[in-house]
Structure formats: C-alpha cells, structure tokens
Design a protein around this ligand. Structure first.
Ligand SMILES: Nc1ncnc2c1ncn2[C@@H]1O[C@H](COP(=O)(O)OP(=O)(O)OP(=O)(O)O)[C@@H](O)[C@H]1O
Length: 254
C-alpha cells in the first residue's frame, strides 16, 4: 500500500534518513519509532511530500509518489493530519472539519484557499459523517479553540478523515495528552483502521504504540534497525540498546 525503498535525505553532511525501507500494509496501523533525532519527522516529511528525498523512492498503491507536492498526494488519498491551531480560534468544530472535506475537493490542503465556505454541497455531508465518527457531534457548533486538548487532537483527526484518506500520516497524535485523553484518541485511531484506512504513526508513547500498532519499524541514525510485531520489537536487543544505550541494555538484561 505505502512503501519506501532506499529512502535517503541529507542535510549538508548529516544523513538524517539513510537507505530506509518501509512497507505499510493496507488497513494496518504501522508505527515508526526511534530515539530523539533518529529521523522520524524527516521520514514523515519525505513521505508526505513536504521534503524531497536525496535518493530512494516512495510508492502509494504501486505508483511512485516521491517528490510530488502534498496537495497532489492529498488528491490521491495520502493525508497528513492538518495543523489548524492558528485558525481554530475563529472556526467552529463543524467549520474546522469542513476544511478537510473542501481541501480534498479543491486539491489543496491550504485552508486559506477554501474560504469562504460554500453553504451546501457534498462536503457538508462528509463533514458531518467525520464529526459523528470521531464523537464530536455534541460540540459541532462550539468554537474549536474552546475544546480541551484531547478533543482538539480528535478534531484534527476528524478534519483529516473528512478529506477521505486512504492513508493517513499521524505525527505524535498523543503528545501532551493526559492518560484519559490518550485512551480516547487511541480508540479513535483504531476506529479509522477498522474503516480500512492505512495509518503510519510516529509516536513516543511506547505503551500506546504497543497497544495500537499492528507492526512497528524502529530507526536509529536514519537507518532501520528492526521491524516486526510490537511484542517482538519490545524484546529486540538492538532496539533496547538504541533506546537505553549499551550500558542500559546490559543492565536491563540483568
Ligand atoms: N531542516 C533540517 N536541517 C538540518 N538538519 C535537520 C533538519 N531537519 C532535521 N535535521 C536533523 O536530522 C536528524 C533527524 O531529525 P528528525 O527531526 O527527523 O528526527 P526525529 O526522530 O523526528 O526526532 P524527535 O524524536 O526528536 O522529533 C537530526 O539530527 C536533526 O537535527
């Protein structure tokens, strides 16, 4: 479904992503994890079209997509969660989610390009469906900026959902949330998977990664060091070393 082959990106002499192979199966939640600075965000930027690779290829449904603009990728159904923070204050939940639906129709993810809102149309139906699915029906007419942190995160997922993604890239969806909010957002993400949406997830919260992901790829210094089911990854020696350092790994091993 989503595949990277030999994906590389350098910044000057620093190789941030180094010959990375990644294969995300259709309708699965795939975790991309690694220590700080290991190249996760750069990988997401390369896949979502906001950065061009130095080498390698990215495929969506067997078609090559590397180097293509993120608006073009959105049209093909590859969506990265929207960063709407700045506009939230002036929009209701319904309007914020509608941005996703309109963005897909108009072939751009730039919210400025979809304003002012048309009164009716198919995007309004898709908006309501996404709102209901993400459990935001009771706050549809509230100002988006007034929602607590966890629901704002769900709102950004609802906005992406309204754009009818085949494949969704989620960048630390649980960061900064309390335990109850994390559980709520995680449940919503599982719901998307149950709808058949393919999800690539970068997340630091290991407990949630282990609970949510069908498969996990671990990177360190831009290179893949392990890939497998969460349980296998949890006991992989190279992974433990990467996270704890050599000394910590020996200590953990007893
Ligand atoms: N635009 C850039 N210019 C120069 N160096 C960069 C740039 N973006 C990332 N890097 C470097 O590339 C490496 C990988 O960074 P990246 O942000 O992809 O890691 P990460 O795994 O997402 O880190 P974190 O978990 O801390 O968010 C780091 O050494 C970082 O300093």
């Amino acid at each position: 479904m989503l595949e990277a082959k030999g994906l590389s990106r350098s910044f000057g002499r620093l190789v941030a992503v180094d010959q990375l192979d990644l294969s995300v199966g259709r309708g699965t939640i795939h975790g991309l994890i690694g220590p700080n600075g290991s190249g996760k965000s750069t990988t997401m930027n390369l896949i979502s079209g906001s950065l061009k690779p130095s080498a390698g290829q990215v495929f969506l449904n067997d078609g090559r997509i590397d180097g293509r603009h993120q608006d073009a990728l959105a049209q093909e159904g590859l969506i990265r969660t929207f960063q709407l923070t700045r506009v939230y204050a002036e929009l209701t939940v319904f309007e914020a989610v509608r941005l996703g639906a309109l963005a897909r129709n108009r072939g751009t993810l730039d919210w400025r390009a979809v304003l002012p809102f048309p009164k009716r149309g198919p995007s309004a139906d898709r908006t309501m469906q996404a709102i209901e699915k993400m459990g935001l029906g009771d706050v549809a007419n509230q100002m988006a900026g007034s929602l607590p942190g966890g629901r704002q995160r769900v709102l950004s997922i609802a906005t992406a959902l309204a754009a009818s993604p085949q494949c969704l890239l989620l960048d630390e969806p649980l960061a900064g949330l309390n335990a109850t909010e994390k559980a709520d957002v995680a449940t919503r993400i599982e719901l998307l998977r149950d709808e058949g949406i393919t999800i690539l997830l970068v997340e630091h919260d290991m407990k949630s990664v282990m609970r949510l992901c069908d498969r996990v790829t671990v990177i360190n210094f831009g290179q893949r060091i392990a890939e497998g089911a969460p349980a296998e990854i949890g006991r992989n020696e190279a992974v433990i070393k990467a996270y704890l350092g050599e000394k910590g790994a020996r200590h953990a091993a007893g």
